[in-house]
Design a protein around this ligand. Structure first.
Ligand SMILES: Cc1ncc(COP(=O)(O)O)c(C=O)c1O
Length: 420
């Protein structure tokens, strides 16, 4: 479909009538497809079922004692070692938690608000706390900020990461800028991978706030769709050479490796931060779910085996992403008004339809296909150009995807014709 702007009003009217007829037919099929969130499909969840089946036979006696009993606040040694291998850091720079990295991020912000960072002033004693939010970005990061009354500064997300000129300017001139969200690999939702240059510029930031923290949410670090996974530069290798040795919190979990929300999550950061956090965590908990950690270590084993498991996930996910790409290209390959990302990993495709996102999402919902609310990928739900739609292709079957794409394509065309 070529540019809609080039059509005459009569042609547009005719095409709109045709699309409305197609829409009516699609609606009549009464199929429901949910593409709101990046969840693993049932087929993917089955991959980790042997872990549960074999769990009774695992050895729960670790070097430190019985994993079924109290102790080891930072997680069991073998789990710390496994995540250290994945993060490419030392195991004393890792804490292994329970099932959710979002929970860790929330706690890190809460600790900073209530107690301060490494002996600094608690953030909630300050007049203003601001976070840099690359957008489109992950809605739940923005929700954490909203929850704590942290002011969000939107920074455009580009193909190689956030607009670093703007980030450097903001971070180095404003002491109330205390944090920055980053999803550096297969970013949610654009799928962008931060370039080496971007990682280096982040590592070498000169924050006005000494307690500025980068939340390096590496949720998709092993989630490539193809054999030649993109390589993300190790930010700690760079920060260790600067004054920013304590600046980065790296997060990940096995939510999309084993079970979502019921896996294990981990934090990598400087040994100094680890010690400080453990002191704070002491009042909260005696230890994480170590039985689950033993199960995960036995099942996941090491980085090579994690890669093998992730290739099974990729085999399930890849055809869905490729179907979406092919169909969008067929429908809008020549159309300047519709743009989308073609990620090589992660869980999302980011679609931009200028000034039409709300209308497209509403039309799709009317025909049974649910997308995340338009605007969700921006702080305060403020997508000024009403363009961005996050598509999560993981859950539907290929047949459901086919239907969902029919609906999406039809909804986009209707919205574009109506706009004119
Ligand atoms: C970027 C990002 N971080 C974190 C999460 C949530 O991870 P967890 O299940 O470990 O809380 C998601 C889930 O979609 C995500 O996309």
């Amino acid at each position: 479909m070529s540019n809609y702007g080039e059509l005459t009003p009569v042609q547009r009217e005719e095409l709109l009538c045709e699309e409305l007829k197609t829409f009516k037919k699609l609606k009549k099929k009464c199929i429901s497809v949910d593409m709101t969130r990046g969840r693993p499909s049932k087929e993917q969840l089955e991959i980790a079922m042997p872990m549960l089946k074999e769990a009774g036979g695992y050895n729960y006696i670790t070097e430190a004692g019985d994993a079924r009993n109290y102790g080891e606040l930072a997680g069991i040694k073998s789990a710390r070692e496994l995540f250290a291998e994945l993060f490419e850091v030392k195991s004393d720079e890792v804490i292994v938690f329970d099932g959710s990295s979002l929970d860790i991020m929330y706690n890190l912000v809460q600790f900073a608000m209530q107690f301060g960072v490494l002996g600094g002033v608690p953030w909630n004693k300050l007049e203003k706390v601001k976070f840099i939010c690359p957008a489109p970005g992950y809605d739940r990061h923005f929700s954490i900020c909203e929850n704590f009354g942290i002011e969000m500064i939107t920074v455009p997300m580009k193909e190689d990461g956030p607009d670093m000129n703007l980030v450097e300017l903001l971070v180095s001139n404003d002491e109330s800028v205390k944090g920055m969200w980053c999803v550096p690999k297969y970013s949610n939702p654009t799928g962008a991978v931060y370039s080496d240059k971007t990682v280096a510029r982040i590592a070498n930031l000169k924050p006005a706030a000494k307690d500025f923290r980068v939340f390096w949410d590496n949720a998709y670090m092993v989630h490539g769709l193809y054999a030649n996974d993109d390589k993300l530069k190790n930010i700690f290798d760079l920060t260790k050479k600067t004054d920013n040795a304590n600046m980065v919190y790296e997060l990940a979990s096995t939510s999309k490796i084993t079970f979502a929300g019921s896996g294990v999550a981990a934090l990598a950061t400087s040994a100094e931060n680890v010690a400080d956090l453990l002191k704070k965590m002491f009042f909260k908990q005696i230890n994480p779910n170590k039985v689950n950690q033993v199960m995960h270590v036995n099942f996941l084993k090491n980085k090579d085996n994690v890669k093998r498991i992730m290739s099974l996930h990729a085999d399930i996910l890849r055809p869905k992403f490729e179907l979406l790409e092919t169909r969008l290209k067929d429908a809008f390959g020549d159309c300047q008004e519709v743009k989308w990302s073609t990620p090589k990993g992660g869980y999302f495709v980011s679609l931009d339809v200028k000034e039409c996102a709300k209308r497209v999402v509403a039309l799709a919902a009317e025909a049974g296909v649910k997308f995340t609310a338009a605007g969700s990928t921006y702080p305060y739900m403020q997508d000024d150009s009403d363009s961005n739609i996050r598509i999560a292709p993981s859950v539907p079957s290929l047949a459901e995807m086919d239907f969902a794409i029919d609906v999406l394509v039809c909804a986009i065309k209707i919205a574009l014709f109506e706009k004119r």
